[in-house]
Design a protein around this ligand. Structure first.
Ligand code: OAD
Length: 276
């Protein structure tokens, strides 16, 4: 798999001519930071089916009947995120703000675009660091080290017998019952609405951008997958960076985020490729 020089040059020319850039990312942009994608071979949904682990009904049933299995799911999600660092793609996107107006729209809940230094980040599927009430009122912001401590506690708890109260105790302060009622991470489950105002802002970004750079998303989850369609319908060029061929794109750069994104920005703006 290698990107052709002419496709890279075409994409770089689009970026150079753009006044507003929207960068739309999915799990693939964080894969090289050690975080699993959902639908690739060995991805999260293969081991933990979303019907059981990404919907309220399934989650509550699993918590009651198989708390140990739920603890396994939570650990699989949290552990890599708790120790993750932004990769060369996250950093190159952040650095490119010196050259063009950029709004990052991400489906990821891992906080890595912010850690890399991107200033406008719409988290349309929420965040694992933001704790909210069931009515989505803000409760607290956690740091990455809080998630690391929580995963250590949870790991210790799962070494022996796991009962629901023990699991709930280990999950605090990310989720559970507090003086504000039930609290949870703002990460959205299937069947829930997207996070506001981020979603409306993302639609606006898609309609106003000259170029949308789509990185590492299978584009099968609605309504997020409508953003490139919306951008294209509004006259923007859509450039896709992904090892897998997308359904539609003006330019497809077949490769991984860390390989292609720094090279693309370096060619477009002459920036350091952030590999340090
Ligand atoms: P998916 O797992 O569906 O897709 C990951 C995409 O990343 C695929 O197109 C891969 O080819 C690509 N990919 C893999 N490794 C890559 C790399 N190193 N560099 C670039 N691309 C790479 O993940 P998403 O599209 O993000 O939602 O999934 C969308 C939503 O589905 C998620 O936000 C989540 C999930 O269910 C909820 O849970 C609500």
């Amino acid at each position: 798999m290698s990107v052709s020089a002419s496709d890279l040059a075409r994409a770089a020319a689009c970026l150079r001519a753009a006044r507003r850039l929207a960068v739309f990312t999915g799990a693939g942009v964080s894969a090289e930071s050690g975080i699993d994608t959902f639908r690739d071979a060995g991805g999260l949904w293969q081991a933990f089916p979303p019907e059981q682990f990404a919907r309220w009904g399934g989650l509550v049933r699993t918590a009651l009947v198989q708390p140990r299995r739920l603890a396994g799911f939570v650990l699989r999600v949290l552990q890599p995120i708790a120790v993750a660092r932004p990769n060369a793609a996250h950093r190159a996107i952040a650095q490119a703000e010196h050259f063009v107006e950029i709004a990052v729209v991400t489906q990821n809940v891992d906080g890595l675009h912010q850690d890399a230094g991107s200033t406008i980040v719409r988290e349309i599927h929420g965040s694992l660091f933001k704790v909210v009430t069931l009515r989505r009122r803000f409760v607290r912001l956690l740091a990455r080290r809080d998630l690391a401590r929580l995963t250590e506690r949870l790991e210790r708890a799962t070494r022996s017998w796991v009962a629901l109260p023990r699991l709930l105790l280990a999950l605090r302060p990310l989720a559970g019952l507090g003086w504000r009622g039930i609290v949870r991470p703002s990460a959205v489950l299937f069947g829930e609405g997207l996070v506001q105002p981020d979603w409306n802002q993302a639609l606006d970004d898609a309609r106003r951008c000259d170029v949308m750079l789509v990185i590492g998303t299978s584009g099968v989850v609605l309504p997020a997958a409508l953003l490139p369609v919306e951008a294209h319908a509004s006259g923007a060029r859509v450039i896709v960076i992904d090892p897998d061929e997308p359904a539609t794109a003006d330019v497809w750069l077949a490769g991984t985020a860390c390989d292609v994104v720094p090279r693309l920005f370096a060619l477009a703006f002459g920036v350091n490729d952030g590999a340090a």
